[in-house]
Design a protein around this ligand. Structure first.
Ligand SMILES: Nc1ncnc2c1ncn2[C@@H]1O[C@H](COP(=O)(O)OP(=O)(O)O)[C@@H](O)[C@H]1O
Ligand SMILES: [Mg+2]
Length: 263
């Protein structure tokens, strides 16, 4: 049984009634939402509200107390992480320190029969596409934070996932690199027609990058909507405050630019 109408295709991903407790504490409570194909959906919420736990559930790294995960309408809740077509870029990149950029990416393909024998070639191609053609043989310690993140992204893309999860990927980067990587991730999304679920606690980042934003608070989901709709039709006071902060900050930035003669 599906809730979809005849005309609309099943969403690429659907989380249904997901409840997760960790060490007796309820972290996610009956959470439901879906992600459309090709969408850039951000999950925005304060530290501790369960964003990483949600990504770990979708990636198959965290079982739920109850609830389901559907991909194109099929239940993949019991599928192991490498059988879901879900890629994840972790907050700390989780690169192997003793492996070069090239080896890090090639290693991701080690269990993939279809690409056997072509691992290095594919890894090189992906690293070139994220702008690291001159860094192939460097170790993570010889790379900048932004470059390490590109390796982590290449390592995820090389597996051709149907959906890519990012867990606060900008957390370790300076402000300038952050803006550069925002552009880069958007460019890669277009180039690979990727579907992205992007976790952040940074409102500006979410508003700048997303088709839709899921606003979470300590008690769970408040609103999932387009950036415009969050501003014009906030669902509750929490979202209104949240969005208000964002607008105030933008206005402050703007007046700073005006005062500085940049506009
Ligand atoms: N392995 C764990 N064991 C027990 N509690 C955990 C564990 N991981 C996270 N938590 C708790 O679950 C809640 C949600 O964590 P998390 O999903 O990491 O939040 P976020 O990514 O939004 O900061 C937090 O209160 C955190 O302390
Ligand atoms: Mg987290």
């Amino acid at each position: 049984m599906t809730m979809q109408s005849k005309n609309s295709p099943a969403p690429i991903l659907e989380v249904r009634g997901c409840t997760i407790s960790l060490q007796g504490e309820r972290v996610l409570n009956d959470l439901s939402f879906s992600v459309a194909e090709g969408e850039f959906l951000s999950v925005l919420g304060p530290s501790g509200c369960g964003k990483t736990t949600l990504l770990r559930f979708i990636a198959g790294l965290q079982p739920a107390d109850s609830g389901q995960l559907l991909k194109y309408g099929q239940d993949i809740t019991p599928a192991p992480p490498d059988r879901r077509g879900v890629g994840i870029v972790f907050q700390n990149y989780a690169l192997f320190e003793n492996m070069t950029a090239l080896k890090n990416v090639a290693y991701a393909l080690r269990f993939h029969k279809e690409t056997k024998g072509h691992e290095t070639e594919l890894a090189r191609e992906l690293l070139c596409r994220v702008g690291l053609e001159n860094e192939l043989n460097k170790l993570p310690s010889q790379l900048s934070g932004g470059q390490q993140q590109r390796v982590a992204i290449a390592r995820t893309l090389v597996l051709s996932p149907d959906i890519i999860l990012f867990d606060e990927p900008m957390a370790a980067l300076d402000a300038e690199t952050r803006l550069l990587m925002q552009d880069e991730i958007k460019r890669l999304q277009r180039e690979f027609s990727a579907t992205i679920l992007y976790v952040t606690h940074d409102q500006e980042e979410a508003f700048a990058m997303s088709d839709r934003i899921m606003v979470m608070g300590p008690e769970g989901l408040h609103q999932l909507d387009t950036p415009d709709a969050l501003i014009s039709r906030p669902a509750d006071d929490y979202v209104r405050r949240f969005v208000g902060d964002n607008l105030r900050r933008r206005a402050a930035n703007l007046s700073r630019c005006v005062a500085g003669g940049q506009l």
